[in-house]
Design a protein around this ligand. Sequence first.
Ligand code: NAD
Length: 415
Amino acid sequence: MDRFNPFTTAQQQLDEAAGELGLDPATHELLRWPMHEIKATLPVRMDDGSTRIFHAFRIQYNTARGPAKGGIRWHPQETVDTVRALAAWMTWKTAVVDIPLGGGKGGVVCNPKELSEREKEQLARAYIRAMARSLGVTKDVPAPDVYTTPQIMAWMMDEYETIVGENHPGVITGKPIPLGGSQGRGDATARGGIYVTREAAQAHGIDLSGQSMAVMGFGNAGQHAALLGEEILGLKLVAASDSKGGVYNPSGIDAAQLVDYKLKNGQLKGFPHAEAVTNRELLELDATVLFPAALEDVITRDNAPRIQCRICCELANGPTTPDGDGILNDKGVIVLPDFLANAGGVTVSYFEQVQNSNNLYWELQEVHWRLDKKMTHAFQSVYEMSQKKQISLRRAAYLVAVARVAEACKLRGWV
Ligand code: NAD
């Protein structure tokens, strides 16, 4: 079957950056592949007494800059190449925000919607038993991703601590706060994106106050983007959508009211004071800032010519296809690339790990202040590179990140 392979895309992106940076062949080849891959087969006793076998992966893509870091996905269509690609992207993401971590990712092929709570717990513990020797604060620190939750992180941490016989909360991030989770992790992804949007607007002399925003996807990232876009940037929410469709009001929608409505009704459809809009229409609305915060491949060569925003802040992973990206760039849209725009999540995960290591916990304001500093600095490095080379922010982000990882490999004497 000829299936889209995300790892091929990840390697192509690296190839382009390596060419532009003039990386030597050994460094280039080293960065094209994961440094360490673990495949495990997990037997799990199900509620009906039967035993099911689950296939699981953990990929440690590159650890030159620090321990591997990246979430664990539970998904029926999980493949080793998806996990490899996501691990590569985590490597560039931790490098672009300059946190002392490498990149990793994990996955289990399963459909969590078909599993009971007890079965999920058994699967979480089986995963850690299989991987424990390769995990740890100095080796590899997982986190939640698609369909894995703080509760699953809590079971995983407990299993790890049972195996090593010590308290080790920093082995995993995204934990519930009573077990060592960090303040501010909940809105960190959107908050990081908002800080980067603020910096981009400033760099381009755009005054965002009173301007409009549209948000595609109204889950964790999208809801917080709407709330913080209002609070921090003074933007006016004019449209938002979820998988069932969207709502639009050019005079403005109160973000807090809309979040409340979504939480009560499970959907945006039917929200009073706004008209219905489809997801496709939402992307093409006249809004100064667009936050794609749902799925990949929604901005393509078909709709990019009609997209009107000035800033597109990619909170979702991979919302813009390469063709679509080229068109947006030609139109002068400022595209804040995903692995920079949504890096706030992993940055606060790193803060969680630091707090766990010190056994000392920060106030919310300290988390916000440190996140702002990291995101602002990351944007400035990428922006300077894009100005120097006259390239898009996405290409510049790749150059900054890959150069940092390559330098670490060289300093270690690996290449
Ligand atoms: P979520 O599950 O909380 O929310 C996803 C939202 O997208 C939901 O409102 C859902 O209804 C909506 N949606 C699904 N299909 C849609 C469609 N076809 N059209 C419009 N909306 C649709 O997920 P999230 O955590 O907010 O993640 C959203 C994106 O952000 C993903 O690409 C994710 O990888 C990325 N991201 C999230 C984080 C994080 O910390 N949450 C970190 C980095 C990247």
